[in-house]
Design a protein around this ligand. Structure first.
Ligand SMILES: [Zn+2]
Length: 292
């Protein structure tokens, strides 16, 4: 049987990457720029970021395609570039990918809201996700990773689209907020509701990333592990954002503090771990130092 992230997870904890946006901004992407265009305009910089993550020990890196649906690219007038930016993104990541490691085709939110908040339709979102997933798989992505979804309905549309686009492994993540009554998505969906729906839609890995820091994720992973027998991926932020003059300058945790919490997350059952906002390749290297 060919190795994939599920067979690897049966042997040991699988290490994903950290933030892409944080590293692109550090490499000169202007604030408000379209990161996905750099797959075409600055491929060497994107490739270098992937190489840094693989060198730090990531088993899986995410392609630079977080905003790669036509709906999101349309914000800056680039809707027609869906296929090109997604295929190029996978090509760049595969070029950097060492033997035995993996490339996850990244899918993030469309930026369109479903009722009652907005007027997008589930069919419209699913069609956009299908086109993106098809391009990522055409490029040769080993799996599809759906992340930073604030709405379960949108995440499910992406999961169904990815499963229709090809016979691929799908990681499905929503972002939770912590409330006195437990963890809920921005739209009010519970952990149990999300896990059950993801399983029905065929997700292979149940995930959560962003918003919460590594400390809060410790409670969350226990709830997730209680709700599912499938592998669980957790990618926390590096604590809370620190802002100066209204702009985030950095995140509060050091790589050591972050990796210490990740070790506890693994102890609590996380099968796969990585970082989200505020993390970089140093954070991944530190995770590996602390858990191996
Ligand atoms: Zn994040």
């Amino acid at each position: 049987m060919a190795k994939n992230i599920l067979t690897l997870a049966a042997e040991r904890v699988v290490i994903f990457d950290g933030a892409m946006g944080t590293m692109l901004l550090a490499s000169g992407l202007p604030a408000g720029g379209t990161p996905e265009l750099w797959n075409v305009e600055q491929p060497a910089i994107v490739e270098d970021i992937h190489r840094q993550y693989y060198a730090a020990g990531s088993d899986v890196v995410h392609t630079n395609t977080f905003g790669g649906t036509a709906l999101k690219l349309a914000d800056k007038g680039h809707a027609e570039m869906v296929e090109q930016v997604n295929i190029e993104a996978v090509r760049i990541a595969k070029k950097a990918c060492p033997e035995g490691r993996f490339v996850a085709g990244d899918i993030g939110p469309t930026g369109r809201m479903l009722p009652p908040v907005g007027n997008a339709s589930v069919d419209e979102l699913e069609a956009a996700f299908y086109n993106q997933a098809a391009a990522l798989l055409k490029g040769g992505a080993d799996l599809i990773s759906i992340e930073t979804m604030f709405s379960l309905e949108e995440a499910l549309a992406a999961t169904r689209a990815a499963k229709r686009a090809g016979n691929c492994l799908v990681v499905a993540a929503v972002t939770y907020n912590k409330t006195p009554n437990g963890f809920f998505t921005m739209m009010g969906e519970s952990v149990n509701q999300c896990v059950e729906s993801f399983e029905k839609a065929g997700a292979d890995v149940i995930a959560s990333n962003c918003t919460l820091g590594s400390g809060d994720m410790l409670e969350l992973v226990k709830d997730m592990k209680t709700a599912t027998a499938k592998p669980v991926l957790i990618q926390p932020n590096a604590g809370k954002p620190i802002a100066e003059d209204g702009e985030t300058t950095h995140y509060e945790q050091t790589s050591q503090e972050f990796a210490h919490d990740i070790k506890e997350l693994v102890g609590a059952g996380a099968d796969m771990v990585g970082g989200c906002c505020g993390t970089n390749a140093d954070f991944i290297a530190e995770i590996i130092r602390q858990i191996r």
